[in-house]
Ligand binder design. Structure first.
Ligand SMILES: C[C@H](N)C(=O)N[C@@H](Cc1c[nH]cn1)C(=O)O
Ligand SMILES: [Zn+2]
Ligand SMILES: [Zn+2]
Length: 487
């Protein structure tokens, strides 16, 4: 049990900390939709002001332009800065993202996604970004404020890097991190990222790996306009039929990727490695509860974990231009764009995967004998990352978790992607660690629904996790000097 003054302050100021998260969630900073770009910029300005209130020196760094939805837009600026420059102290770089995934009530949310809802009965905080990644960013701010309010010396120098494009491939950030490796980040000793999740509901995690990502769009066009299927069915090559034929060649219902050259690059599994997954403190039931149904591909817990952590996966996300309304419209869409992505593990490189996918889909399309036109594009790419847990950075976090939760964390690899992580590791040459500050991805036993995760409908953060997670981040910073000294 943690009884430090800063932790007590956090407990006593919960309303203030909730109000801060509410303000953040209510700025709809969706990076993947051009019409929301002003909100992403406003979110960056709001965050900068919060950091400056704590005395941090922050710069908003322009990252250039992008073309989105046919418009040329300024990328949202990255926030780069510092708090403390004492040469006797270790320096920790904190990264997070202030953009969010799209969300709309019509997707099945119980409340407006950008209207923060504090359900006092279940003690849950609902809203897009509550867990990914505004809750964790607020956790850092809350912890620093708690130190300052209780006159607790922060025993490390802090560097900050917050971006507004993580959910859209982190465009522009890599160059900045490489440049700042010799500038603002030159003195960094370790990096801490809080932007992922525990595996279950009871055991905290520390994360030493992330999958990379290659995200593709497949456009097929032919007719000059949408057609009447009674008039032109069995007369024209239909773009949607071609797309479904192609998509059926990507992955089997058992999750096996069919693009040649991908599975071959994955390192073979050893008995010792399998044991690592068998020993992780999570059950098949935890997964089923999160999913809300018994539909896992395997019933072997280690296989399920490896499917998420150490093997690649291919997921089909959606089709633009397809009829998706109610009723029975008899249309042949003239042009459609299918979206799918491949999560990457070592040694899969996004550019190499792009080449394999392009070659394969073009060959498969040729076999269809269609007169339509195919265009395959990789929209974004990010490399996988795996770190060593044998470092003081991980020890400082492990001790913090043990102090706050009284439990030893599980060491996990994350199935999701944070493209900039590998860049931090390589450009700075320092240890990077993911500390999911207890923000739960999986629903708790009390509600047991499978629909309240990050990127999904009804995203939420348990109040207890917001509060204890804030303490964990603070305690981690307090632990750094001793952990580093004993290294
Ligand atoms: C793990 C992190 N919180 C996250 O959700 N990352 C996204 C990154 C992304 C989205 N599009 C492109 N990259 C993810 O893993 O989907
Ligand atoms: Zn995130
Ligand atoms: Zn995300």
């Amino acid at each position: 049990m943690l009884d430090a003054p800063f932790a007590k302050w956090i407990d006593e100021h919960q309303d203030e900390l909730i109000a801060r998260l509410k303000e953040a969630v209510e700025i709809p900073s969706v990076s993947g939709d051009a019409s929301y770009r002003p909100h992403v910029v406003r979110m960056g300005e709001w965050l900068r002001a919060e950091l400056e209130k704590l005395g941090a020196e922050i710069r908003s760094v322009p990252l250039g332009k992008q073309v989105l939805d046919g418009q040329e837009l300024d990328l949202p600026p990255a926030l780069v800065g510092s708090l403390g420059k004492d040469p006797k102290k270790k320096t920790v770089l904190v990264y997070g993202h202030y953009d969010v995934q799209p969300a709309s009530l019509s997707d099945g949310w119980k409340h407006e996604p950008f209207q923060f809802t504090h359900d006092k009965e279940t003690r849950r905080l609902y809203g897009r970004g509550s867990t990914d990644d505004k809750g964790p960013i607020m956790g850092w701010i809350n912890a620093i404020q708690a130190f300052q309010e209780t006159k607790t010396e922060i025993p490390v120098n802090l560097r900050f890097c917050f971006e507004g494009m993580e959910e859209s491939g982190s465009e522009g950030l890599e160059e900045l991190v490489i440049k700042e490796a010799k500038g603002e980040f030159a003195d960094v000793d370790a990096v801490c990222i809080s932007d992922n999740y525990w595996l279950g509901t009871t055991t905290p995690c520390l994360t030493y790996g992330l999958r990379g990502l290659s995200y593709f769009s497949v456009s097929i066009s032919g007719p000059a306009a949408d057609l009447h299927s009674g008039v032109f069915g069995n007369v024209v090559h239909e773009p949607m039929t071609d797309l479904f034929a192609l998509f059926s060649k990507l992955v089997t219902p058992q999750g096996k990727i069919l693009v040649p050259g991908i599975n071959e690059k994955v390192a073979p599994l050893t008995d010792d490695e399998r044991k690592l997954y068998e020993d992780i403190d999570v059950t098949l039931g935890d997964f089923e509860q999160a999913i809300g149904a018994k539909v896992t591909i395997s019933e072997d817990k280690a296989e399920v974990l490896m499917g998420r952590m150490r093997y690649p996966s291919l997921s089909i996300h959606g089709v633009e231009g397809a009829f998706s309304g109610q009723g029975a419209k008899t249309v042949i869409p003239a042009a459609i764009k299918g979206k799918f992505s491949i999560r990457l593990v070592p040694d899969l490189d996004p550019d190499e995967v792009n080449e394999l996918v392009q070659k394969y889909l073009k060959a498969e399309f040729a076999k269809l004998g269609s007169k339509n036109t195919l265009k395959v594009e990789m929209l974004s790419g990010g490399k996988p990352w795996v770190a060593s847990i044998d470092h003081w950075n991980f020890r400082a976090a492990k001790d913090a978790i043990e102090k706050v939760y009284g439990k030893t964390p599980s060491y996990t690899r994350e199935g999701g992607s944070i493209p900039i992580t590998l860049t931090f590791a390589e450009a700075l040459g320092k240890n990077v660690m993911l500390l999911p500050s207890a923000y739960r991805y999986f629903p708790s036993n009390r509600v047991g629904r499978g629909d309240d995760g990050a990127h999904s409908t009804n995203e939420k953060l348990d109040l207890a996790n917001y509060i204890e997670g804030t303490k964990t981040l603070g305690q981690y910073l307090l632990n750094v000097p001793a952990a580093a000294a004993s290294a």
